[in-house]
Design a protein around this ligand. Structure first.
Ligand SMILES: NC(=O)c1ccc[n+]([C@@H]2O[C@H](COP(=O)([O-])OP(=O)(O)OC[C@H]3O[C@@H](n4cnc5c(N)ncnc54)[C@H](OP(=O)(O)O)[C@@H]3O)[C@@H](O)[C@H]2O)c1
Length: 187
């Protein structure tokens, strides 16, 4: 696995922090530009304000990759729907046919993702490329979460916005672990 950053040294510092917590696999750190040259999946996990520029900068290097978009449009912790309809649709518009963008992991807290012992909530996965969506679901299942095909890219604004509700619940209940669970399906 590769951690990308705008600053290679920062990526390497994060790797040094994470490595002792890992049970298996390799982890290396490098710039975003270098990181996207390798691997099949590219995870976009930056604040919404930085997403468009970041994808513009990486455009041309993402052909043949699957982009996993975790970005939630937030303003002062509150969700909003951006002009493109969602962060995912904005990313896909910038990339065009170069690479499919699949939305996932919006409703899982970074604290839980960083703890190999935590029980992860369910992950709603959406996007318009069915093959890419199935591959992303398979990858996320490997980290121990149940995944659900949550439909087309047009559904992304709902899943992104739901994170705003989870942030509210976390604040109200002084938690860092709020997530969602789908019941009545696949139980
Ligand atoms: N945190 C959560 O629990 C959680 C849960 C669900 C979804 N999300 C979503 O996931 C995304 C990342 O969340 P986060 O909490 O990890 O955010 P964050 O800590 O604020 O940012 C993550 C990284 O993005 C890079 N970054 C910051 N501003 C940038 C910019 N303008 N352009 C390009 N890169 C930039 C920085 O890395 P470098 O300085 O190393 O480049 C930073 O360490 C957000 O869209 C958030 O809404 C977060």
């Amino acid at each position: 696995m590769i951690i990308g950053s705008r600053d290679a040294q920062k990526a390497q510092n994060v790797v040094a922090e994470l490595k002792p917590k890992m049970r298996a696999g390799e982890l290396v750190g490098m710039t975003n530009q270098e990181a996207v040259k390798q691997g099949e999946f590219v995870v976009i996990a930056v604040p919404y304000e930085g997403q468009a520029q970041m994808i513009e900068d990486l455009k041309g290097q993402l052909a043949g990759k699957i982009v996993i978009d975790t970005v939630v449009p937030l303003q002062k912790g509150k969700p909003f729907v951006p002009p493109a309809g969602s962060a995912l649709l904005e990313a896909q518009t910038i990339l065009g046919d170069e690479a499919p963008v699949i939305g996932a992991l919006h409703n899982i807290s970074a604290v839980d993702l960083g703890d190999v012992d935590s029980h992860l909530g369910d992950v709603l996965v959406c996007g318009d490329n069915e093959t890419a969506k199935q591959k992303v679901m398979e990858v996320i299942r490997r980290i121990g979460a149940r995944t659900f095909d949550a439909g087309p890219a047009a559904n992304a604004y709902v899943i992104e916005g739901l994170t705003g509700v989870i942030i509210h619940l976390n604040k109200k209940h002084k938690s860092k672990h709020g997530s969602i669970r789908i019941t009545g399906i696949g139980d």
